[in-house]
Ligand binder design. Structure first.
Ligand SMILES: NC(=O)c1ccc[n+]([C@@H]2O[C@H](COP(=O)([O-])OP(=O)(O)OC[C@H]3O[C@@H](n4cnc5c(N)ncnc54)[C@H](O)[C@@H]3O)[C@@H](O)[C@H]2O)c1
Length: 354
């Protein structure tokens, strides 16, 4: 990897800080700078980790061009800042969500263009429309849903949802803001020759994810078991399924992409744990009980909200074919690593998870 200075926006967040720390560990000749406005509760907990590793931190906001300009030179920008919740924005879509996820991303694109830097955008599986995802043909089993081989919508198979899934429809403000940023990114690629990759991530998980009910459910599930807190399934009897990717697997993929960015630039990839790491909430509860050796009673809220979907599993065939990438860490490893992190930081994390 040939980058001299990497700017990670949202660099105090879960993914941004993990990527930053892995990069500085593996590339001693590379300078890593993290910029974050610390809006996400708990992101400040990552600051001592970044500092200890020699990573420069700038408290700054991607909505503010001048704050991005505090970083005079960089040759790669990894855009990890976002208001990440699918439930966000319904009180006031502009205040944080569209401002950060769309205008902030455009500011990042512009900063990269001005410096002739490469660009990685962490998009989301939530760009796919909700109504259409709900039409996927599923079989209900005792503790999960399975995707059937016969489907009437393109881009769906037993392997999950591919990039060919239709994009027409409504997808939440979160999904819409990310898709809009993807569309603008494409214009930067074609209009200015920016080299840029879009990774549509499903559920990312692992240590240092400060999970909450509407985002980062795996860490929340693990931690609430450890603290003997409360948890509830919301809708679908807890059978809703997602695929989960360890943040270190995301890092491994990123390295493959950055070693040969021309091969991946201007393309969109579904990135996730694939069908091999697909899990329902009920199954996750069982895994948490096994790993943490704690059992808590789960509540059930009989409600399906506008943004809820019963099933999303990434079909990652496109990126797998191009890069050979396959996730190395299975679900049990993800849960064990997350549990170990909570055990090791039990007092500090209490205010976040309890
Ligand atoms: N974690 C996942 O499961 C997941 C799944 C799909 C996509 N993604 C995408 O990956 C990226 C990183 O997600 P994450 O899980 O690390 O989330 P996170 O909330 O842990 O990190 C995002 C960081 O961005 C910061 N931030 C928010 N608004 C900002 C602003 N205006 N200016 C500067 N910083 C700001 C927050 O303080 C936070 O530290 C996001 O773009 C998200 O949409 C994440």
């Amino acid at each position: 990897m040939n980058y001299k200075t990497i700017l990670i926006t949202g660099g105090a967040g879960f993914i941004g800080s993990n990527l930053a720390l892995n990069l500085i560990r593996d590339f001693s000749g590379t300078k890593v700078i993290c910029l974050d406005n610390l809006q996400r509760k708990g992101s400040e907990l990552n600051l001592p980790r970044l500092k200890k590793a020699g990573i420069k931190f700038i408290r700054g906001d991607v909505r503010n061009k001048q704050e991005l300009d505090l970083v005079k030179t960089f040759d790669l920008l990894i855009e990890c800042s976002a208001e990440c919740s699918v439930m966000a924005g319904y009180d006031n879509p502009l205040a944080n969500l569209i401002d950060t996820n769309l205008y902030g991303a455009v500011n990042c694109l512009e900063a990269a263009r001005q410096r002739k830097a490469d660009f990685v955008f962490l998009s989301t599986s939530r760009v796919y429309p909700i109504k259409e995802l709900r039409l996927i043909n599923l079989r209900e089993e005792d503790d999960n849903f399975k995707c059937l081989p016969q489907q009437s919508i393109r881009g769906v198979s037993e392997k999950g949802i591919s990039e060919d899934f239709p994009l027409e429809g409504s997808r939440s403000f979160y999904g819409a803001s990310k898709l809009s940023a993807e569309i603008i990114l494409k214009e930067y690629v074609h209009g200015f020759g920016l080299r840029a990759i879009v990774n549509r991530c499903s559920v990312m998980a692992g240590p240092w994810q400060l999970g909450k009910v509407d985002q980062g459910f795996l860490a929340l599930w693990v931690a609430r078991h450890i603290y003997c807190g409360s948890l509830s399934y919301i809708g679908y009897s807890g059978k809703q399924v997602r695929d989960v990717l360890h943040v270190d697997d995301l890092y491994d993929l990123l390295l493959l992409q950055l070693k040969d960015i021309d091969k991946y630039s201007a393309q969109v990839f579904n990135v996730g744990g694939t069908i091999d790491n697909a899990v329902s909430l009920r199954q996750l509860t069982e895994l948490c009980r096994k790993v943490t050796k704690k059992k808590i009673d789960l509540g059930f809220i009989d409600q399906i909200r506008e943004q809820d979907i019963p099933y999303y599993v990434s079909d990652c065939t496109r990126i797998e074919r191009l890069s050979g990438f396959k996730p190395k860490r299975n679900l049990e490893t993800i849960v064990c690593d997350t549990a170990q992190w909570v055990f090791d930081n039990k007092n500090t994390l209490e205010k976040i998870f309890k």
